[in-house]
Write a protein that binds this ligand. Structure first.
Ligand code: PLP
Length: 370
């Protein structure tokens, strides 16, 4: 048996929609991107959504639009994909690693509190595995110190905090539509923001700083013959979404709630079968939050032994993540919970093609010991 850790499922209708765009004569940034932005903004309950080519780009532009002067400190999590923290370095800012909650993998608000200084420019909070951070505590702390927050929602497409979708609660939220995320579009990302001013500036920043993108100057959008002239307001980036991805995303978004329900069902099957295994702990989730279940993680003693056993038996497993502060471009922190967590954590297969029989097989392997 060979069971993969992740596997994207692109609906046939999405493949057809991408084909329609490819045949349409307009495949870059255009009407499908605008449509996707509107639908995604409505879905998460945000007034604005800006379509981008990745979550890495979204996180970078989030720091850019917040106008944080170079040299300022950004409080962030060490247990994340490096995109979250590399963007801090892109902007000549200084990552300050807070510790995490040992049983969720999320950044610990108490630890953030200890790291705040007059130099703090922003906080980045990542919803680990799709389980929302403690947003009430986070936003209360941030408001007390007047510090902006960026939510890295790469894992949290469809997650909810106290009945509200992640992406519509704070001011700046970065999403990923990468191949194996909950809403896969091939590649892609988005920022959802509350401010109209941020929305307007992000539209320029994603397109080299140009004040009006090519589609808005086209005959299709303006009703006039193609307007070649534009102004470049500032140095921007080539970060925009394309209509090919957007057309896929529009179809995939319609299925997201169902897809996430199946992900939760799979995670529940694992949890009920693995709750009493010696040497194993499950992550602990509060009932006021709904995880998008991008990852299904367990915490294992002798984690590497269990990883080897599962791999030898054809099961793909992953480790999300090594402590980022141990990589050479970062400064090592004193982070006992992050150390404990990242030496135990591992991710089990979780995707829409996984069968119940495969889940039972994986659980039996784990229950057999390692
Ligand atoms: C937590 C986190 N943040 C950011 C990213 C970057 O996403 P993208 O691949 O869309 O740039 C990822 C991707 O895996 C991620 O897991």
């Amino acid at each position: 048996m060979q069971i993969s850790l992740f596997r994207p499922r692109i609906k046939e209708e999405a493949i057809a929609a991408a084909g329609d765009v490819l045949r349409s004569g307009w495949i870059g940034l255009g009407p499908k991107t605008l449509e996707f932005e509107g639908r995604f903004a409505d879905y998460v309950g945000s007034p604005h959504c800006v379509g981008l080519n990745s979550c890495t780009a979204a996180l970078h532009l989030a720091l850019k639009v917040l106008n944080i002067p170079a040299g300022k400190e950004i409080i962030t999590t060490p247990v994340t994909f490096v995109s979250t923290n590399h963007v801090i370095l892109y902007e000549q800012l200084k990552p300050i690693f807070a510790d995490i909650e040992p049983m969720t993998g999320n950044i610990d608000v108490e630890s953030i509190k200890e790291k705040i200084t007059p130099q703090t420019g922003a906080i980045i909070a990542m919803h680990y595995g799709g389980y929302p951070c403690d947003l009430d505590a986070l936003y209360t702390l941030a408001a007390e110190h007047n510090i902006p927050v960026v939510e890295d929602c790469a894992h949290a497409c469809g997650a909810e905090y106290k009945g509200h979708k992640i992406g519509g609660i704070g001011d700046v939220h970065a999403f990923s539509f990468h191949a194996v995320k909950n809403l896969p579009m091939g590649d892609g990302g988005a920022l959802t923001v509350r401010s109209e001013h941020f929305d307007a500036r992000l539209r320029r920043l994603r397109w080299l700083g140009i004040d009006k993108d090519t589609y808005l100057r086209s005959e299709g959008a303006s009703g006039k013959t193609y307007q070649w002239d534009y102004q470049v307001a500032e140095v921007g980036f080539k970060y925009h979404m394309t209509d090919i991805e957007a057309a896929i995303g529009i179809v995939q978004l319609d299925c997201l709630e169902n897809d996430n329900n199946r992900r939760r069902q799979i995670a529940d099957m694992y949890s009920s079968r693995l709750a009493d295994v010696p040497g194993l702990q499950l992550l602990e989730y509060q009932p006021d939050r709904l995880s998008a279940r991008h990852l299904c993680c367990i915490l294992a003693e002798d984690r590497d032994g269990l990883v080897d056993k599962l791999r030898e038996n054809g099961v793909g497993v992953g480790v999300h993540y090594r402590r980022n502060d141990l990589y050479p471009m970062y400064e090592k922190g004193i982070l006992p919970n992050a150390e404990w967590f990242s030496s135990r954590v591992m991710s089990l297969p979780l995707h829409l093609d996984l069968t119940d029989e495969e889940i039972v097989y994986i659980c039996e392997l784990i229950r057999g010991g390692w």
